[in-house]
Each structure stands twice: as C-alpha cells, then as structure tokens.
Design a protein around this ligand. Structure first.
Ligand SMILES: Cc1cc2nc3c(=O)[nH]c(=O)nc-3n(C[C@H](O)[C@H](O)[C@H](O)COP(=O)(O)O)c2cc1C
Length: 326
C-alpha cells in the first residue's frame, strides 16, 4: 500500500517536501514505517516551447541535491510536442517519473487550455499521454492526475480508458469535478468505477483528513493507495498514522511542540529561499492548515500574523517548542 504526497502549487514546495518526508521517515515513534512513498512537484506550466533546465531545477531542486524520497515532475499544458520535449528533458535531468496534470481548476490555467478543461477533450488527453510516453525512456513511469470531469462528474471513465490506452503507468483521481472545486464531499465511489475498468494502478485522492477517512475512502473506492494533500499539511504524520493502523502498531501522534519544531524549520528554510518581503508567509499559510488538527496553531498565527521579522517570528515559535528564546 502506498501513500503519495499531493502536488500543491504555492504550498508544497521543496522545503515543505523535505519537512513532510523527514516526519514520514523519522523513526522517533518506533514504528519502522515510511509514511510517504513518493511526492510530486508543483505543476510546471508548458506553453509552446519545451521547459528549460533552469525551470526544472527551480521547481525540483531535488534534481540537483541528494534526497531520500522520489519526486515526480509534474507538467501542465496542452501542446503534445512541447510536453513531450519537456518530459524528455526532465527525464534526462534525473526525474524518476513524469506526472501530467489534467485537474487544475484555476481560471487562468484553464483559459490557456491547461489543467481540468482538457477533461472535456479526451482525444487530446490521449495524444498528450501517448507523446509523453513515447518521449521518455521506458523505465521512467508516466503518471497522470485527473478529476472526475469538468462541469459535471461525467468524463472519468472515458478519460481513464484513454489514459491507460496511451500507456500511462498509473492514474491518480481527485474525486471531484472541476466545478466541485475543493468543497466536500469527495465522490470516492466514482474511483471504484474507474478501478473496475482499467488495469493500471489507481490512486484515490481528495478529502482524506484522518485515519478514519482513509478507511472510508478505501471502502468506497476499492483503492489501497492514496494521495494526501491538505490532510498531511493539517496532520504531518497522517501517513504514518494510517500505515500504523493498517499494521496494527500502536501509534502516538505528534504533539504540538514537535510540530512547532517543524514550523520553525519551515521558517528557516523558506526565509533562505524567498525574498525577505515574504518572510513568514509560508509559515502563516501552514498554520492555517495546522489549525484544523492543532488548536495551538490558532494563537501562534494570531501572534505572528502581522510580523515580517524572522527573528521575532522565530522567538514566538520557540515559545511553543519549549525552548527559551535567546
Ligand atoms: C493550494 C493548492 C494547490 C494545488 N496545486 C496542485 C498542483 O500544482 N498540481 C496538482 O495536480 N494538483 C494541485 N492541487 C490539488 C491537490 O493535489 C489535491 O488533488 C487536492 O487538494 C485534493 O486532495 P486533498 O483533499 O488531499 O487536499 C492543489 C490543491 C491546492 C489546495
């Protein structure tokens, strides 16, 4: 059974992937379990020209640095040739897999014929997946991420069949239409229908916030494998908690002071990566997700929400870690 960390543009960047993977592989809880099996980059937009090495290295610094987890490089676009050429470059740079995004609901992306709007163009999806499959070496998987449809939940079976026929290695299904946005519920049972008609592995995605949600999703979708996005941000050890439950291993979830250590780490890592005017923004964003599981995140957010000074933010976070601020 595998758990993938979902791609999230503007949220799950290199520092966040590192932190969530470190939690996921940490043996502090003595479970011997690896929570996250693979990650996906934020989407990389491909217009009419192939993406340059520089863009790939910026979105996926893991291509340059030693790391312990596989990161699929995600491409988004509608030009089969440009996507194929970009995929070839990513593979040459060392990407362990190429992922294609047919699920992004953003207006600007859909207007330029990318993301979820292609769900209404099954022949083009087929052409893109075939072209990308042909462009990268056979041992590099080409994976695909879709929603159930664009306006309606109506094109998922047709698209799944086309994606399999085009040679994709596996399919991630976000169990909503583009019009459903990110609002609950997720329609997991539709994924079960897909599973019945294709043979490639299917991974269920959407609205898994707790261990119980995992089991409900598994029952309705018949998928053991899942991709977790916001749920892992709200509870960074959710993947381990699910695997521990499956293995019948007792598991004590991370407490707030453990989480505060990670929040502090994100502050340091993102301050080094982004311009100083954005200092603290990623931390505040993460606290928004963490609030769902950890009420302490609310008061931390309240205390730092207007602050842009790294030292002051760090000092406040350290109060929650239980370390005396210098
Ligand atoms: C802020 C945000 C950014 C996202 N960016 C991407 C992206 O770059 N590529 C993609 O395929 N999906 C993207 N998604 C969708 C997620 O990967 C996932 O399918 C969705 O959040 C549902 O899963 P969840 O309920 O576990 O979060 C994004 C979602 C959010 C909320």
């Amino acid at each position: 059974m595998r758990i993938l960390l979902a791609p999230m543009e503007g949220v799950v960047d290199y520092p966040m992937r590192q932190i969530l993977n470190a939690v996921s592989s940490s043996d502090r809880r003595c479970t011997n379990l690896k929570g996250i099996d693979a990650c996906v980059t934020e989407f990389i937009r491909v217009n009419d020209h192939a993406v340059t090495n520089k863009v790939f290295y910026r979105s996926c610094p893991e291509l340059l640095k030693a790391h312990t987890y596989p990161v699929r490089v995600q491409l988004l676009g509608s030009n089969p040739t440009a996507l194929a050429n970009s995929a070839r470059t990513a593979a040459q740079l060392g990407a362990p897999a190429i992922d294609l995004n047919f699920g992004c609901p953003a207006k600007t992306v859909n207007k330029s014929r990318g993301g979820a709007c292609l769900l209404d163009e099954t022949p083009l999806i087929y052409e893109i997946v075939s072209a990308v499959r042909a462009a990268v070496p056979e041992d590099i998987p080409v994976t695909v991420k879709i929603r159930l449809g664009y306006e309606q939940r109506d094109s998922y079976l047709e698209n799944a069949l086309a994606i399999e026929k085009a040679g994709a290695s596996e399919l991630v299904v976000h169990a909503r239409s583009k019009s459903d946005g990110y609002q609950p519920p997720a329609y997991w049972r539709y994924i079960g229908e897909i599973k019945q008609i294709i043979k490639i592995p299917v991974i269920a995605n959407g609205e898994i916030w707790t261990v119980d949600d995992y089991f409900k999703c598994r029952e309705q979708s018949s998928c053991d494998d899942v991709m977790l996005g916001r749920g892992l941000l709200a509870q960074p050890d959710l993947a381990i908690a699910i695997k521990a439950k499956l293995a019948n291993i007792p598991y004590t979830p991370l407490g707030w002071s453990d989480i505060a250590v990670l929040v502090h780490q994100l502050l340091i890592d993102t301050s080094d990566l982004y311009p100083s005017k954005y200092t603290g923004n990623r931390v505040k964003q993460w606290l928004h997700y963490l609030q769902r599981h950890y009420p302490q995140a609310i008061s931390l957010f309240h205390d730092i929400k207007r602050c842009k000074d790294r030292a002051i933010i760090a000092q406040r976070i350290k109060q929650d870690i239980g370390v005396k601020a210098p």
